[in-house]
Design a protein around this ligand. Sequence first.
Ligand code: BGP
Length: 486
Amino acid sequence: MKSYFPKDFLWGGAIAANQTEGAWNEDGKGMSVADVAQYRPDLDPKDYASQWHVSPDQIRAAMASTDTTYYPKRHGIDFYHHYKADLALLKGMGLKCLRVSIAWTRLFPKGTEQAPNPKGVQYYHDLFAEMKRDGIEPLVTLSHYEMPLYLVNHYDGWVSRQVVTMFVRFATVCFQEYAQDVHYWLTFNEIDSALRHPFATVGVVEEKYANAHDVKQAIYQALHHQFVASALATKALHDINPQDKIGCMMTKTLAYPLTANPDDQVLAQAYNRNNYFYADVQVRGAYPQYMLNYFEEQHIAIAMAPGDTELLRRYTVDFVSFSYYMSVVKTKDETDMAQVGGNLTTSVKNPYLQTSDWGWQIDPVGLRVALIDIYDRYQKPVFIVENGIGAHDTLTDGQVHDPYRIQYFADHFKQVNLAIKQGVDVMGYTTWGCIDLISAATSQMSKRYGFVYVDLDDLGQGSNRRYLKDSYYWYRDVIKSNGVSL
Ligand code: BGP
């Protein structure tokens, strides 16, 4: 294929601390929201809402328990102890970039401490040094569904303004400590998912509020605090090293109208606009009027401190990153229409698309549409920091044949190539879960995304050995040829 990928394109992979590291209570680490996430075999894995819904009773029970079987993010794939060998495998694939997150609770176990835990600080020094030796550029998320549980229980999470100060302290320590090794940062993973799963993202426990309106009010207040924290983190990073880059991160879920009925177009447009709200604030530096109108209509009043507007305006992000897994369809009357599941959402079925094992609509062309749309809206470099297919893989005689994954990525990479040809400035592409890990929404191990297979099942049983899938060799060739082999 004729490749338009730039020479320095960051071909990569992505993981998150809470889904891989394990060692949940080692070396002074505090509990995070991820340590409360339960694997619930009694629930339909497609029903994301119930998996992520955590009541105060469930939090108390989780805190009293040392179980790891049904709290699988506590063991992850034991990356904490295996990272050197795992990085060697990723290096073997030719990976140029690895997106990881720093677990806030390794550095600040409760979140309230004034100084970081030295062992936590050291772990990430070791990790980044190893990545450097392997020639793998780190892209680091500061907050990937892993806020300290203490802040949920004692501060109502991000609803409290005090959490801004604590987060900025954490972020500043990271920028200072890892200034030599890390040059690309992300603030909040899928910041827009606060409305879909408020516990994991902004630490809002819905039962604490009287009604749905109050929950929404709390979430938008929490989001405002994250916007301010994002601005302050951007300022802090650029004060420390003006060359380093920081991005926002959104879940890009593209909506199409089901029919040519203009009413369907209005619905799809509203959905897409709403999806952009968060980046509108972080990139353009102000709340868009459509959201201010919405808040007024919904009687949502956001408390802002003097100077917030100026902070948001001055400290906007350097690039726009996003996860992309699927598109959705909007239509006026959805009654009786076939539905499919999705990345923390559901949708009317698109008759032109296939779905994954978990019912997510596979739409490579939508990735091109999304890239062009995002770039035209913001005129900032874009970075695809998550994309991939969760599938059931089978390990036989040490081998995993995964032609569906190869097909999936080939189709998506080709669309990125076309977007670049059409002028979009794409910095890189870190495929989600380049090594198998625990699923964010369902806490399953059997929902696999990796090029490297990890021999563990949903109950954490297995050898924990790593095996290279067919897609590993395929991706290696893609990277080596900078897309020409596609
Ligand atoms: C995104 C999250 C990731 C990741 C991915 C796949 O929403 O940022 O952490 O896990 O989705 O989702 P899942 O693991 O639920 O399949």
